[in-house]
Design a protein around this ligand. Structure first.
Ligand SMILES: [Mn+2]
Length: 317
């Protein structure tokens, strides 16, 4: 329970941090906080959760890679759509990662482990992973539960990237590699067209953000993946090539979300009277020639192609 965790920290007068649960940047920022304050308590959250009443009611000592919870002492962030609010802001939309600003905010510039964590966050946030350990950390984090992520934060704070060779990170990385393989087979099955509109009628348990990046490597300039998460709940993943004129932040904002120009997203809730509406709203905005469906076209009133994946065996054979 996130609220209980925060309240217990307050009662014990321990420093309290709020960090993004979603990626290496958020967890590296959390690990930096724990490195500076080993007695500190971290609450991990998605940007959409920050508006909850109890999050706004508390004063947070440190916030990283997230929008303003209301009351914050120090905040480190690089999201264009997040407005500054803390007593001390380390806010720079031009920074490659929040962890870079977090290290500065926490006075960890000279710390070797901190430097490793910042480097890992920069590599993953800019989709330019060159270090093998960073790649394994990224894959481990991508599919980890919240409890697993807390364990990752603690071990990263103590050992930096060397933690990747140890449990629990070792097993988490192995699981990540398997999911990554499925994502890559999907990317292989999709074309590298300039503008791609992909619809996933159900969650496949892969990283859709990673899929947008993989498709950009194949030549796509503007990738929109709409995932149906429930009867009327959808999640948009938008990816735009850096040198293209496309703007994901703008598109996501129109659908109630936000993010960066080159990577943004939104959670969309349809009316109960028209639960399929978000597919058509997005199609009107993006104007795709065809919708690639990771499943069946059935019932979709748009030009549609079903994506069939090769099995692992047939690719090797
Ligand atoms: Mn970030």
């Amino acid at each position: 329970m996130k609220m209980l965790r925060a309240l217990l920290a307050k009662a014990a007068r321990r420093p309290l941090a709020l960090c993004d649960v979603g990626d290496v940047d958020g967890l590296a920022s959390a690990a930096l906080f724990k490195r500076r304050y080993p007695e500190g308590v971290v609450v991990l959250m998605a940007p959409s959760e920050v508006k909850k009443w109890w999050v706004k009611a508390l004063t947070w000592d440190f916030v990283a890679d997230l929008p303003c919870p209301g009351r914050a002492r120090v905040r480190a962030d690089h999201h264009l759509t997040n407005k500054p609010c803390a007593e001390v802001e380390h806010y720079d939309p031009g920074a490659p990662a929040a962890a870079l600003l977090a290290a500065r905010a926490l006075g960890l510039d000279g710390d070797a482990v901190a430097r490793e964590l910042v480097e890992a966050a920069v590599q993953t946030d800019t989709a330019n992973v060159t270090d093998r350990r960073v790649r394994l950390l990224d894959l481990a984090v991508r599919y980890a539960s919240e409890a697993e992520k807390h364990a990752v934060v603690d071990i990263l704070a103590k050992k930096g990237l060397a933690a990747v060779e140890e449990e629990p990170l070792k097993s988490l990385a192995e699981r990540g590699l398997e999911k990554d393989d499925l994502m890559r087979r999907l990317a292989e099955a999709l074309p590298g067209e300039e503008k791609l509109f992909i619809y996933s009628p159900r969650r496949l348990g892969i990283s859709y953000r990673a899929l947008t990046i993989e498709l950009e490597k194949k030549g796509a300039r503007f990738v929109n993946i709409l995932v149906r998460r429930g009867w009327r709940t959808y999640r948009l993943y938008c990816g735009a090539h850096r040198d293209s004129g496309y703007n994901c932040a703008e598109l996501a904002a129109k659908l109630g979300g936000g993010g960066h120009k080159y990577a943004a997203g939104a959670v969309i809730k349809a009316s109960i009277y028209d639960p399929a509406r978000p597919i058509y709203t997005l199609a009107e905005l993006v104007k795709p020639e065809v919708v690639y469906v990771l499943g069946r076209c059935e019932g979709l009133k748009l030009p549609c192609k079903e994506v069939t994946m090769m099995s692992r065996g047939s690719r090797e054979g």
